[in-house]
Design a protein around this ligand. Sequence first.
Ligand code: FAD
Length: 384
Amino acid sequence: MREQVEVAIVGGGMAGSLLAALLARGGHRVALCDLHETYPPDFRAEKPSPPQVARLEALGFGDRLHRAATPVGELAIARFGRIVQRRPSRELAIDYPDLVACVRAEVPAAALRIGRVTAVEPGPGGACVRLGDGREIAARLVVVATGLPRGLVEACGFRRRVLDPEHCLAIGFDVALASGSRAALTYHGQRLADRSAYLTLFPLGERLRANLFVYRHHGEAWAAAFRADPAEMLRAMMPGLAPMLGPFEVVGRVVTRPIALHVVEDPVRDGIVLIGDAFATTCPTGGAGLDKVLTDVERLVALVPGWLAAGDTTAAAVARFYADPAKQACDARARRIDAYARAMALDPGLAWRARRWRNFLALQGLSWLRRVLPAAAAKAPLSR
Ligand SMILES: Cc1cc2nc3c(=O)[nH]c(=O)nc-3n(C[C@H](O)[C@H](O)[C@H](O)COP(=O)(O)OP(=O)(O)OC[C@H]3O[C@@H](n4cnc5c(N)ncnc54)[C@H](O)[C@@H]3O)c2cc1C
């Protein structure tokens, strides 16, 4: 059976679901293919940043997002083992499947095709998607948004260049404090030898969730030791943590995810576009993955109506997406953030030591000003 749509999207994570929702809203005939009816449990992007939340709000997903997410509330920041700042945070915490669900809820049910896509082939005036069960979808444009798995991307003839096979290790787990508190805390790595970027604790529903980012490999003894006794490893690696939190334990499953950085080389093809992690990944330490997803989708949504109206989804049109200045700037910024975060955590050079102290002193100064200024304002005589 072969059906015909304007845009077929393969992969219904954040990138694919957002694109499908926005194109459908614009009146385009889309098909969204994914392995699962609902995104399965997964550890990733649990704390979208305020600018990411603002972009989702601007796209009309704010109500669903705020209903599903937990406000992070007041956030304490610790550097060199000391709390240097407390400030209100506009961050939201949400399980990734719930984040995807907020967006997928706006994809028309009739557009969903559940099954494994096994091939995407160029065809006359566009491209064709084949599912494992024999279904075929012909489209003027096929967008591949299959995330990290390389299978389909490589089966389509694209080549991924691996920039770093094990850039960092992201670790997710729940923490229970004896005090019962679920206050948010971001604790930056204390010693270079620990190779840790930061630990961030935040309320997620009824849980106190923790994300730890370390520049280590999945197979090394450290990772096995962490899985065996995470609370003890945290106490050893971040000696200031226990005095801040009081007695605590790690509860439930500890999920460790090795993060590889890759980018697809020579992605320009007739009728096929790659977006999100399928095109390039970033390190979660910098939190720019969703920025890239949002920018890819926003730029494509701006370009696709023109391509469809002109009947032109050739490589020449597709090339304009990859060359888009906003996309290029976003991708370049994500790479800069990755490099900066890694150097801040690991680089023993003088310049990076100075930057770490600058951040520490700047935050301490700010928090001192915050304490002093309201007190001074309260003492000042009222002007008439
Ligand atoms: C541990 C971790 C923590 C992260 N933390 C952050 C963070 O704090 N902030 C941030 O901005 N970013 C973060 N990121 C990055 C962010 O999660 C990703 O950039 C983003 O989720 C990518 O979305 P995507 O839609 O491209 O891929 P995905 O969400 O992975 O979606 C891919 C979809 O494709 C489907 N699929 C795959 N193959 C097929 C097939 N053959 N047929 C049909 N369907 C298929 C899958 O079922 C899935 O639904 C993190 C990533 C990780 C791994």
